[in-house]
Design a protein around this ligand. Structure first.
Ligand code: JFZ
Length: 421
């Protein structure tokens, strides 16, 4: 994460309210699923071409095997919207491997022209997003392209000096003018409204080159926002590292991209699935600090989403759907600038939401701001008794009584309505 000296502002209300989105990493690497000719990668699987040093002429043959018979964009978008409660989707239109997951006229290395299936995956997704009124954003790797001779290469396994020499010899500007900008124009003109372009690590790009990327996007769709990784502090919002939450206070618009296991692209050997309870807590914690959580799935080459991902997202989705008022549209709060092991707080308007993650006999909340006028269980509206008492330190303690059934529970939310002053 690079240091920024201004507050990033997307000026897009949908982004400030969204809180929860779906990242989809899908490409030719999904066919290899972490293994090539008996060799397994110990790096994130979408990097396999790079980490196992597969030559471009070999790697590109994978396209002949791409036939996603199980991919159903409609079903996926419906799940994201209804079952998982997500507000936007970001799909890899072209990752570092250089392969376009849409019908590009700029390069034949794309999912329609180079595969037997001939399906325009982005078209299918865009149509489904329109049907379900889901915002669609696109990941586009602007700096690294391991298929184009002039795209940058970085190394999973080091060797930076040699690489820097190799990269310096390339005509990156040519690649920018002849592949990146024309492809950006395609994805921003042929697939309807695109809510954001998720640029990735800029590497050696100059400020002019980052600016050209931003300007290409804005010239096509002025409301489309760009991620901080476009480089040179030109992004509309800040992007953190995988599952990394910045320290309070972080003003402005930001997003945490995150994996459910330890890879973005599908890896058949990665079973390090996170616990849904931890994901729920992370989502709430990020909301309380004013950010968005962009949670990733890596579909298999067949298009099937790993069942473990679906199960985790279904569980998280139940919490999100039952407690939507306490997640979406919430603002960064400063009421609780310290950590509690049993709760996280979110807030908006004159409401403070207490997300309870461990069984408690009663809820004791210190100094929650203005006077409390009402307390209720968010998911069913049940009103709760409360009283207010001074502490010896001169603070105010709100004590919320819990009915018996809730005292054994975790993962529920209580809303405190506060007096307007
Ligand atoms: C990048 C990609 O290289 C990776 O394959 C994946 O697409 C991910 C979402 O983005 O990886 C990064 C880049 C930067 C950071 C972390 C992962 N970072 O700044 O912490």
């Amino acid at each position: 994460m690079t240091k920024i000296d201004r507050v990033p502002d997307t000026k897009q209300q949908w982004f400030k309210d969204a809180k929860y989105g779906l990242f989809i990493h899908w490409g030719l690497y999904s066919i290899l699923a972490g293994e090539y000719k008996g060799k397994k990668t110990d790096h994130i699987s979408e990097w396999i071409m790079n980490s196992l040093g597969i030559p471009a002429e070999e790697y590109e043959k994978l396209a002949k095997e791409f036939d996603p018979t199980e991919f159903n964009a409609d079903e996926l978008v419906r799940r994201a919207k209804e079952d998982w409660g997500m507000k936007y989707i970001v799909f890899t239109s072209k990752h570092h491997e250089g392969f376009a997951m849409y019908h590009s006229k700029v390069s034949p290395y794309n999912v329609v022209d180079a595969t037997p299936c001939g399906r325009d995956i982005l078209r299918e997704l865009a149509d489904a997003c329109r049907k379900y009124d889901m915002k669609l954003g696109l990941y586009y790797s602007q700096s690294q392209d391991w298929h184009d001779p002039n795209g940058y290469v970085s190394h999973a396994n080091g060797g930076e000096d040699q690489l820097k020499d190799d990269n310096d010899k390339k005509d990156f500007q040519y690649y920018l003018d002849h592949k990146v900008k024309p492809q950006l124009k395609e994805i921003l003109s042929e697939y309807g409204d695109i809510c954001l372009i998720w640029f990735d690590t800029p590497m050696g790009m100059t400020i002019e080159q980052s600016r050209e990327c931003v300007e290409t996007v804005k010239s096509m769709q002025p409301d489309c926002i760009v991620s901080g990784r476009v480089g040179n502090q030109l992004g509309d919002y800040m992007t953190t590292g995988d599952n990394f939450i910045p320290r309070l206070p972080f003003e402005g618009d930001w997003e945490v991209p995150a994996t459910l296991n330890d890879t973005w692209g599908y890896n058949k050997d990665d079973n390090e699935w996170k616990n849904p309870d931890d994901i729920i807590r992370l989502l709430v914690k990020i909301s309380s600090r004013g950010g968005n959580y962009l949670l990733n799935i890596g579909p298999k080459a067949s298009g099937e989403v790993p069942k473990e991902s679906i199960e985790i997202l279904n569980t998280v989705g139940r919490y999100v759907n039952q407690n939507a008022d306490g997640v979406f549209g919430t603002r960064r709060i400063d009421v609780y600038p310290y950590e509690l092991d049993w709760a996280e707080f979110t807030g908006k308007d004159h409401k403070l939401f207490i997300h309870v993650f461990k069984p408690r006999k009663r809820l004791e909340i210190l100094n929650c701001g203005n006077n409390v006028t009402k307390a209720y269980v968010l998911r069913d509206g049940r009103e709760l008794e409360f009283d207010v008492s001074p502490t010896c330190e001169g603070d105010t303690m709100i004590n919320v009584e819990l009915p018996k059934d809730l005292r054994e529970e975790k993962n529920y939310c209580v809303c405190l309505e506060l007096e307007e002053v």
